[in-house]
Design a binder for this molecule. Sequence first.
Ligand code: URA
Length: 285
Amino acid sequence: MPAPQAIALLKDYLEQRRLAGETHVKVTPEALAKLPQVVRRPLALPELPPEAPPPPPPPAVVAPEPVRRILSVSGATKEEKLAALRAMAEKSPTARGLGTLRDEMVFAVGNPDARLMLIGEAPGAEEERQREPFVGPAGQKLTQILKAMGLERDAVYISNICKFRPAMEDQGSKNRAPTPEEMNACLPYVLTEIDIIRPEVIVALGGTAATGLGFEGSVTRLRGSFREMDGAPVMITFHPSYLLREERMGTGTTAKRQVWEDMLQVMEKLGLPISEKQRGYFRQG
Ligand code: URA
């Protein structure tokens, strides 16, 4: 297989594992030994003169601890408080000061009185265009999941752990996951949203959102039962983009069933009616 194709496949595979919530992959010593050949082959680098000794490494940069702070916002109603918070986030000196996020802010959408709040990772191209979270392909998948639960989008509150689309070189329609610094910069706004809305259940969509909220480990390990955050039950489940990728590869059923099992637990926790049909969506036989 030509090296660029092999590298593209490898990147795709690693992105899929990341969406599945994994932070490490096992590589055998044999594969590791082959990797430099694959990566170097197309570059055909000319012979270089002997190198000067490398400069001393820069001092280690330690990512600052996330600030788990609830901001004080003005307003008498939830709507007014959310509007004030949105205006604060829009100007966020911490987020904007990073210089790695795009200008357009995508705050959140939904019902301030929602009993269910869903938190994704960051807006993508379509979300940035429409200035609304989860309106692209992953959003359509999320809307389907909510429908299957008997919920309309406007009954819930949908937000992201990072309020700006992470910037990339030659961005076009490309998206990337937010870094810990980018998520930390937005964390006080998300925690304040939770404090204003006071949802009965929070769903974290994917490993990035879970990490940003302070949960360590892969989605595979974290999903399936409720976690707790400042007194609120949190269900961590796979990101809808992961379901889309799995579907494209023809291996989507297990992840879909697992997300549905998680959502049944969410419905139970909220006391929503669950029909036999809903309970049996993925039942064998
Ligand atoms: N993926 C996310 O995590 N959030 C969005 O808003 C869109 C896609």
